[in-house]
Design a protein around this ligand. Structure first.
Ligand code: FE2
Length: 267
């Protein structure tokens, strides 16, 4: 299992200082798309020589039509950086010309499943690299649902073969906000489907937890991680995400150490 961090330009010095403790870097290609060639050159210059994986936010795999311009631009970056895998979210970020900038939920039903199947096929034809899809955190519940989130993910894997990026923190947050047992949720996910984990720290606002990537992984959240690494046999990458309060970035580095220690104690 390889452990790493989400690449953010705000902490490129800190990441480079910790290079010996990091196996893999997760890049968000959206930040380097469309006429940002200078940024790509900078990225190439400062990126440590480590394994690279991509994490997209605007593929919008749940939209009725995946955007081909986005896929071709993604392919340009894939050819430059040769990521081992590419991920995005089980959600939509685009409706017609409106871009939400953050993954919004889809209705978990057969119609959505067909949309995902068609879009995953288009992705594979153009990109030709393994795609992983991530469970999101969401305070809302959608209408027209036939399946629970975990059932939908299991069906998605059975129908399309797409692997899962299990965001352990999103699951933890949803289980607290919607009051369900994360153990039962995890037991519904096919054992061979999960290839990557995300971990992050969130915060609490008016009694609800938010996936704000602002601090260390919560103490209780580690039990979800422990169960996930115990349950899923195909996990290759564990990435700690941080997008806020970079002055305490060391907390995220400590989280990498903790994640590695828990794995070592378990084996
Ligand atoms: Fe995530």
């Amino acid at each position: 299992m390889k452990f790493g961090i989400g690449w953010r330009e705000e902490v490129l010095t800190e990441i480079n200082q910790q290079v010996d403790n990091i196996d893999v870097i997760e890049i968000m290609p959206d930040q380097y798309m469309f006429d940002l060639r200078k940024k790509v050159e900078l990225l190439k210059k400062f990126l440590p020589k480590k394994d690279i994986i991509f994490h997209c936010v605007s593929l919008s795999i749940g939209s009725s039509e995946i955007e081909l311009d986005y896929l071709y631009e993604l392919k340009r970056l894939v050819d430059i950086f040769d990521p081992l895998i590419i991920s995005d979210h089980i959600g939509i970020t685009r409706y017609k010309s409106y871009d939400t900038g953050i993954a919004c939920p889809v209705s978990y039903n057969s119609k959505t499943l067909k949309i995902f199947e068609a879009n995953i096929n288009k992705f594979q034809k153009i990109i030709g690299k393994p795609l992983l899809l991530e469970n999101i955190s969401c305070p809302l519940k959608m209408l027209d649902e036939e399946f629970s989130e975990a059932e939908f993910i299991a069906k998605l894997y059975q129908v399309t073969g797409v692997n899962i990026l299990l965001d352990v923190t999103n699951l933890y947050i949803n289980s607290k906000n919607h009051n369900f047992d994360y153990r039962e949720w995890l037991e519904k996910i096919p054992i061979s489907s999960v290839r990557q984990l995300h971990l992050a720290g969130g915060n609490e606002v008016e009694g609800k937890l938010w996936d704000s990537h602002c601090c260390a992984v919560a103490k209780d959240n580690w039990s979800v991680y422990e169960m996930a690494i115990n349950l899923f046999s195909q996990i290759e990458f564990v990435i700690v995400e941080r997008d806020n309060r970079y002055e305490t970035f060391y907390e995220s580095i400590n989280d990498i150490f903790t994640a590695r220690d828990i794995l070592l104690k378990q084996r």
